[in-house]
Design a protein. Sequence first.
Length: 137
Amino acid sequence: MLEKVSILFGSDLSMTDCAEEFFRTAVKRWNIEEGRIDWVALSLREAVNNAIIHGNQNNPEKKVEVVMEAGEKEIFLRIWDEGRGFDVYSIPDPTKEENLLRPHGRGIFLISKFVDSIKFVCRESGFGIELKVKLER
């Protein structure tokens, strides 16, 4: 059985907390490992922050949408912004010595460590990131 919930909000960093609370409320109905919830919530926060800051350039008129779909075996979290996207391969490796002290550039790296897969998607109205989390059996 597929369950889908979503939330849409303006690009304001204070909404990151709302997106996380939205996730934590929804995930209570799904069979995600208790020990993973905080890591997935951190990944969601990073993705929402990136959508607001980088995708929508902190423009409060532009929207961010968080869509969560839960099936029997996995959850998909999709975070959409109204930006043009970016070249995924241009992101510097934050673990290389020359990047260790950079103030930015770790969000995508962290997200990729805490979810089962990550995918970047373009659509007519913007850019998105899809996070896949496998559920307990």
